[in-house]
Design a protein around this ligand. Structure first.
Ligand SMILES: *Cc1c(COP(=O)(O)O)cnc(C)c1O
Length: 412
């Protein structure tokens, strides 16, 4: 298996399959964002997808094999491949809410008569928490956004979670980031005291590779990762990993359940059949099913990611950004390469246009890049600070000179 970065083979843009659909492929300088199609799948991942399509296996057995691999790479008891980290969060929530209780499984997202409140730090709420609410959870917010309000320097504190626990509390949701507060370990400690599970959204928290294991090692019960970001699996995959009983519940709420209970013999490492008095109908997660091809492709990508194979791309990213920076030497803009915070992370190129000299705002330049040919999508996360960001991870080497030319035309 070819492990190095060149394993990502891009097609020649002049013969793009997207032209058959009336679309012009873009230069993606935004990185592995969902709305632009995610990360570049290595050749080995695409080959695995194709090979998996040639034969059939029972999905629950495939997921059981995935569970073993995910458990190995994350140091958890079990794992499941879902249709993205957001789907993994919905399934994880459903597992916490319903366990192996057939009535609860059937009733989700309605939770009449059983606890469905999840504690979450107010500062950790985002559009992604809809995936958790979708299973039937209701949020109870703790803490305050004092830093934003300028009302003080304190963040959410562990006692605030503890003070909010009631009979109606079903679990705690934690959104992991390097600067999340309080530390996950402190939240897990509170949860343990009250026998509550902790569900962690760590969708985009790879690299570092060590997070695969370190997040669950805090004692968190379930952790969700994206499969289509840095792992470079299919865009529509995600990983849920953690406690075996919860993964078992998540699996039966996602898998197709059209079988006879008498015949149904699911793999014991994935599904605890002994907990069930009958075979549930299709569950709330049935809409986030994942194909056997996607599962195999994701596991292939996970193997590559965990082995450190993608580090081989880092020098190429650096030299591509340097090429762009050099091309913009005379531009009316400050360009600098941002050194990554971790050695497994990629560099970024920050471009700060001199807006008064150019007579245009960074937003206008961003729009103009998108509407040209080929359309160029730079990362817009720092537009508020007047900066365009070039993320090198989804740019073909052959597109670098075209990208530099277009940027130059906008910035000179
Ligand atoms: C990307 C992301 C998600 C969603 O992940 P998908 O794999 O696209 O479903 C959820 N939460 C956070 C914090 C993310 O960054």
């Amino acid at each position: 298996m070819q492990l190095v970065g060149v394993a990502v083979k891009f097609v020649n843009q002049t013969m793009s399959i997207y032209q058959d659909f009336g679309l012009e492929p873009i230069i993606n300088a935004s990185g592995a964002v969902t709305r632009l199609g995610g990360s570049p799948m290595p050749a080995a991942v695409l080959d695995a997808f194709r090979d998996a399509a040639a034969e059939w296996v029972p999905l629950e057995q495939m997921q059981a094999a995935a569970s073993r691999k995910i458990a190995h790479h994350t140091g958890t008891e079990a794992g499941l491949v879902a249709a993205g980290a957001a789907a993994a969060l919905t399934l994880g929530t459903a597992a916490i809410l319903a366990g192996h209780d057939l009535r609860r499984i059937e009733s989700l997202p309605h939770c009449d008569g059983f606890p469905n409140q999840f504690l979450i730090a107010r500062e950790q709420r985002s559009g992604y928490d809809h995936a958790i609410r979708a299973a039937g959870a209701r949020f109870v917010e703790v803490g305050f956004n004092e830093i934003v309000a300028g009302a003080g320097g304190r963040r959410t504190e562990p006692w605030e979670y503890e003070a909010a626990v009631t009979e109606q509390t079903a679990g705690i949701v934690y959104v992991f980031a390097p600067d999340s507060k309080p530390d996950l370990a402190a939240v897990v400690e509170v949860a343990r005291r009250h026998n509550l599970p902790v569900l962690v959204d760590a969708a985009g928290e790879l690299p570092p590779r060590s997070n695969l294991k370190d997040i669950a090692a805090t004692g968190a019960d379930l952790v969700a990762f994206s499969g289509g970001k840095s792992i470079r699996g299919p865009q529509s995959t995600g990983i849920l990993c953690g406690r075996k009983a919860l993964i078992s519940s998540a699996a039966i709420q996602m898998l197709d359940m059209d079988d006879h209970f008498e015949l149904w013999d699911p793999p014991a490492n994935l599904i605890d059949r002994s907990q069930l008095k009958g075979i549930p109908r299709h569950g709330i997660g049935r809409g986030s099913k994942v194909s056997k091809e996607s599962i195999v492709a994701l596991l292939t990508a996970l193997e590559l990611f965990a082995s450190g194979a993608y580090d081989a791309d880092l020098p190429r990213y650096h030299s591509n950004l340097t090429t762009i920076q050099d091309a913009l030497a005379d531009a009316k803009a400050d360009c600098r390469i941002l050194t990554p915070a971790h050695k497994e992370m990629w560099p970024l190129l920050e471009i700060r246009p001199d807006c008064s000299a150019l007579g245009r705002s960074a937003l206008e330049i961003c729009r103009s890049l998108r509407t040209g040919s080929p359309p160029i999508y730079v990362s817009h996360g720092r537009l508020h600070a007047g900066a365009l960001i070039i993320n090198p991870t989804c740019i073909h080497d052959e597109s670098i000179s075209r990208l530099a030319e277009r940027l130059k035309a906008e910035l000179c």
